[in-house]
Design a protein around this ligand. Structure first.
Ligand SMILES: Cc1cc2nc3c(=O)[nH]c(=O)nc-3n(C[C@H](O)[C@H](O)[C@H](O)COP(=O)(O)OP(=O)(O)OC[C@H]3O[C@@H](n4cnc5c(N)ncnc54)[C@H](O)[C@@H]3O)c2cc1C
Length: 348
């Protein structure tokens, strides 16, 4: 009888760690999955569920014919991805995009992993690089890796962590939206055509909004945070407003692909049209995520603007420069990590 393989230790039960665990157990390799929540939290996660989506509930375009992300979705489906299976089971309307009910999605991933006989989930922080006796390990602790482990990775690799501020999108109380003015429509009527709520602004309202953003109170950065750049792909709204009064109306608030049924002959100035409807949060409509009240992220700008619960939230993220630190199959270069074997992929 052939000996069953030694377990692989996967550290981090987020999206990457959950998928990696699933793919390994599908190949008959047992996995010990280490997830620190709820024993220890992060600045952005709010549940103790595996594969929590920390911000947007959108997986972006699902169009495999015309979009690289959609093609990646299809390839992942063909590879039996647990993330795609669970996303498909928990899909919510979002035009041509694949968006999910965030709680149902994470619960589905967790349920499948816990039900698998080769998966063992250990809750608790891994407080440093894995010990040599763990054998093959995969570190998938994401942009909010706990401090002790991040410090050890930093010390072992010698690489400077690249840190940046990423915005968590605002949330809006549904009962603050006036549906005599707002309307349901997806841009260019994609999907079933009514997946988004559009809130039009007149030119005067738009200019006031930009003024509010520019003049509103903002949190001061600590000295060591001052030079930290923003992630340009996900900027806080007040940072976009600072870049010029037209930035938002030519950016995320652009009024294209939409016709206002309440006023069809007048093209509105900008629209905050990215409000996504999720069926799991009936009172609060989430532009992306729903931060908890005890989150340690900084409110960059808490608006008096009616309807906004809180405008931007920021989290400090860290990442490392993968190409300079890893071998072609993404294992850490042996000179960098001396504490034990680190690559599953390389050995198989
Ligand atoms: C504020 C913010 C907003 C973001 N917005 C978006 C977005 O809108 N769209 C998008 O695609 N991506 C967004 N991201 C990036 C997002 O984090 C990734 O897309 C995705 O979550 C990465 O998956 P992951 O598995 O690498 O990390 P995660 O999903 O963060 O999973 C890592 C897991 O490791 C655990 N962990 C950390 N350290 C340890 C340790 N020492 N021991 C044990 N467990 C540990 C954590 O608890 C976590 O569960 C955002 C990130 C942040 C911080």
């Amino acid at each position: 009888m052939s000996k069953s393989p030694d377990p692989v230790h996967v550290i981090g039960g987020g999206l990457a760690g959950s998928e990696a665990t699933w793919q390994l157990v599908q190949q008959g390799v047992p996995v010990i999955l280490h997830e620190m929540r709820p024993v220890r939290g992060t600045d952005a996660h709010i549940t103790d569920t595996l594969a929590e989506l920390v911000c947007s509930n959108s997986f972006r375009s699902d169009d495999a014919q015309n979009n690289a992300v959609g093609l990646l979705h299809r390839e992942m489906r063909e590879l039996g991805s647990i993330i795609m299976q669970s996303a498909d089971e928990n899909r919510v309307p979002a035009g041509g995009a694949l968006a999910v009910d965030r709680h149902g999605f994470s619960a589905a991933v967790q349920e499948k992993l816990l039900a698998h006989p080769l998966v063992t989930v250990e809750r608790g922080e891994v407080e440093g690089l894995p010990p040599a006796e763990w054998g093959n390990c995969l570190i998938a602790t994401g942009p909010l890796t706990s401090e002790k482990l991040a410090q050890e990775i930093h010390a072992a690799t010698g690489a400077d962590a690249l840190s940046f501020f990423d915005a968590i999108a605002p949330i809006v109380y549904k009962d603050s939206i006036n549906f005599d003015i707002a309307w349901f429509q997806s841009r260019y009527d994609k999907g079933d055509g009514t997946d988004y709520i559009n809130c039009p602004l007149t030119e005067e309202q738009y200019r006031e909004f930009i003024q509010d953003l520019n003049e509103g109170d903002k949190t001061d950065f600590k000295e060591w945070e001052k030079d930290t750049p923003y992630f340009d792909g996900c900027l806080p709204i007040e940072v976009m407003a600072e870049r010029g009064p037209e930035t938002l109306r030519y950016g995320p608030m652009k009024p294209v692909g939409l016709t206002n049924p309440n006023n069809p002959n007048v093209k509105p100035m900008p629209l905050s049209s990215c409000v996504r409807i999720t069926n799991s949060e009936p009172c609060i409509i989430s532009l992306a995520s729903r931060p908890s009240s005890n989150m340690r992220n900084r409110p960059a700008y808490s608006v008096k603007f009616r309807g906004w619960k809180k405008l931007s939230l920021l989290a400090l993220e860290a990442c490392i420069a993968i190409p300079s630190l890893t071998a072609p199959k993404f294992s850490m270069k042996s000179c960098a990590l001396k504490r034990g074997p680190t690559s599953v992929l390389q050995d198989r």
